[in-house]
Design a protein around this ligand. Structure first.
Ligand code: SF4
Ligand code: SF4
Length: 200
């Protein structure tokens, strides 16, 4: 009798172990199915965008075209006929600037009456790009330009002198040409920074 009981007990243990094994296998399959489902969901989510128009660019190989009214780097404007700055060093922009980041000192102009800037500096690390200097200038001598990449490792690189402000590119070039223009701009910018000395 006890032998029969032992056999039944062992059989019950085997059945229990088999059931446990089946449960684990079922769990494994459930996990595989979950993984497969999330894979399909991911493919479905990204697949939906394959045929939609692209909204991103391969920066920095491609760059957005800046609109004329965007506020990027500030630029001093040159009179193309005389080759002199339009700026008369009147100081209106200095007075209106809420960040006190413009410094101007004038000298006598050679080709017209009045003054031209001897020193014209903008500290872009302080500038808030409010545009008041552009609005207030009675000679349209300062404006925002197309170049917009401003990140740098040294804060001093954001202090721009007159030459840098005159020579920065102002070309709102279409995307396919923009790589060339931006490289030109960066080269110019790097040279200007290298040559830049803070006036005594
Ligand atoms: S944009 Fe505004 S903060 Fe910047 S230099 Fe001009 S007035 Fe000053
Ligand atoms: S940029 Fe315009 S407002 Fe500023 S000093 Fe020159 S002329 Fe005057």
């Amino acid at each position: 009798m006890s032998k029969e009981l032992d056999i039944k007990k062992k059989q019950a243990e085997i059945v229990q172990r088999d059931l446990l094994g089946l449960k684990e296998t079922a769990n494994d399959f459930a996990q595989i199915w979950d993984g497969f489902k999330s894979c399909l969901t991911g493919l479905w989510v990204s697949g939906k965008y394959i045929f939609k128009p692209t909204v991103t660019l391969h920066y920095p190989d491609q760059r957005w075209v800046m609109y004329k009214n965007t506020r990027n780097w500030l630029k001093l404007v040159m009179n193309e006929e005389t080759g002199e700055e339009l700026c008369t060093a009147c100081g209106s922009c200095v007075r209106v600037c809420p960040c006190s980041c413009i410094r101007v000192a004038g000298k006598k102009a050679q080709k017209r009456k009045g003054l031209v800037p001897d020193i014209f500096e903008i500290d872009f690390s302080l500038c808030c790009f409010c545009g008041l200097c552009v609005e207030v200038c009675p000679f349209n001598a300062i404006k925002f330009c197309a170049a917009y990449e401003m990140s740098c490792y040294d804060r001093n690189e954001l202090l721009w002198n007159k030459e840098a402000l005159l020579n920065i590119t102002d070309d709102f070039t279409p995307i396919k040409e923009s790589k060339k223009v931006s490289t030109l701009y960066i080269n110019k910018w790097e040279n200007q920074i290298k040559e830049y000395k803070i006036p005594e």
